[in-house]
Design a protein around this ligand. Structure first.
Ligand code: PLP
Length: 382
């Protein structure tokens, strides 16, 4: 069996029948010739199918070990697409600390009367059992959570959700299938914002859904075509180009993140470090059991409140102040005023997000330069 990292390098390579190009050509055409009115070729219209989208879908399918993949215009489109698998008034269970965009989408779909939704702390066994006793049609899972890196046992939650009759969906954006393979752990569907690690260069918005059963793949592909949320040829071409180096990028970023997490634990101005790779991190044993590595996302809290956290991120030069994650470049964000500003303050506190929490998406730059940059931040809040 060829390994996933070989598959993603090879996807679409040497497949050009016309000129034998090594890299796959970019097929921008929206429509394709019919040999005769009764004979259709493999490709006929770009919303329904496109060679570049198929090359990417094939690579994503292989990485997750699914039956097929649908590539969408964004991560949010991928999440909305999955909601087509359930009926009006069906109950969706989502993490109470899920991605903000997911929280907004589910809340407003519920307000429209399209679904019902319950946000639950899935790490609380009693709360999860109570939610599952309400016969949900779909259970969404995210691990590690954003921004506190809380860990969920995917196998345990999927098996309990399955027993309750729900479709299980894992948003695997923070890790990618090279670190967590949700379908192997019992999930029906794995989805991602390909905007993040998959493309990896912060220059594309995209998403994907990979399903374990051919029936789900067929339904998802049908809806993606019907609703027109399939990704463009150009975006798929660029995303596959980025994906080819995912294994190298993740190894480098993760190695940097491990070193930075250790360094942060030694700083007097740091009051907490949240990184799944630390032995002290709650759920570290689950990380070791279910993941191929701890990933490159982490968060930490500094002494001195919002003021110190603000000064810290403004003192940095390499770590760019921006939301998003998973690119080759390092980013820093202040959830209090950036990614989580849409939440009520009380809800942020209840979720454990303090005003001095900083989140890092660690990139692949040289370690010593990243350390030197962080030192500037600490010098500024002494
Ligand atoms: C970014 C993100 C999304 C949304 O993806 P877009 O590509 O921005 O639409 C969904 N889930 C998680 C965990 C994310 O980080």
């Amino acid at each position: 069996m060829t390994e996933p990292k070989t598959k993603i390098v090879q996807a679409g390579i040497g497949s050009d029948p016309a000129h034998g190009s090594v890299a796959p050509p970019l097929y921008l055409s929206s429509t394709y010739l019919w040999p005769s009115p009764s004979e259709k070729r493999e490709y006929d219209y770009g919303r329904s199918n496109n060679p570049n989208r198929d090359f990417l879908a094939e690579a994503l399918t292989e990485m997750d070990g699914g039956a097929g993949a649908v590539v969408t215009t964004s991560g949010m489109a991928a999440i909305d697409l999955v909601l087509n698998l359930i009926n009006a008034d069906d109950l969706v269970i989502a993490p109470h600390d899920c991605y903000g965009g997911t929280h907004r989408l589910l809340t407003h779909r519920a307000a429209q009367g399209r679904i019902r939704v319950a946000f639950v702390d899935q790490g609380d066994a009693a709360a999860l059992a109570d939610a599952l006793s309400r016969s949900p049609a779909l259970v969404m899972i995210e691990t590690p959570s954003n921004p506190l890196m809380r860990i969920l046992d995917v196998k345990a939650v999927c098996s309990a959700a399955k027993a309750a009759g729900a479709i299980t969906v894992v948003d695997n954006t923070f890790l990618s299938p090279l670190r967590l393979r949700p379908l192997d752990l019992g999930a029906d569907i794995a989805l991602q914002s390909t905007t993040k690690y998959i493309n990896g260069h912060s220059d594309i918005i995209g998403g994907c859904v990979v399903a374990k059963s051919p029936e789900h793949v067929e339904q998802l592909a049908w809806w993606a075509n019907a609703a027109g949320v399939t990704a463009s040829a150009f975006d798929c071409h660029q995303t596959l180009r980025g994906l080819r180096t995912l294994a190298l990028r993740l190894d480098a970023a993760e190695s940097n993140a491990k070193a930075i997490a250790q360094y942060l634990t030694q700083q007097t101005h740091v009051t907490a470090v949240h990184y799944p790779g630390l032995k002290t991190h709650e759920g570290h044993d689950i990380v070791m059991a279910q993941q191929a590595g701890p990933g490159a996302m982490l968060s930490f809290e500094v002494a001195g409140g919002l003021d110190a956290a603000t000064r810290f991120c403004q003192a940095l030069e390499l770590f760019k102040l921006a939301a998003s994650l998973g690119g080759v470049e390092s980013l820093i964000c202040l959830p209090e005023t950036m990614t989580h500003r849409g939440m009520e303050e009380s809800a942020r506190r209840e979720a454990g997000i303090s005003e001095s929490l900083l989140r890092l998406s660690v990139g692949i730059e040289a370690k010593r330069d990243l350390f030197a940059d962080l030192m500037k931040g600490f010098a500024d809040i002494q």
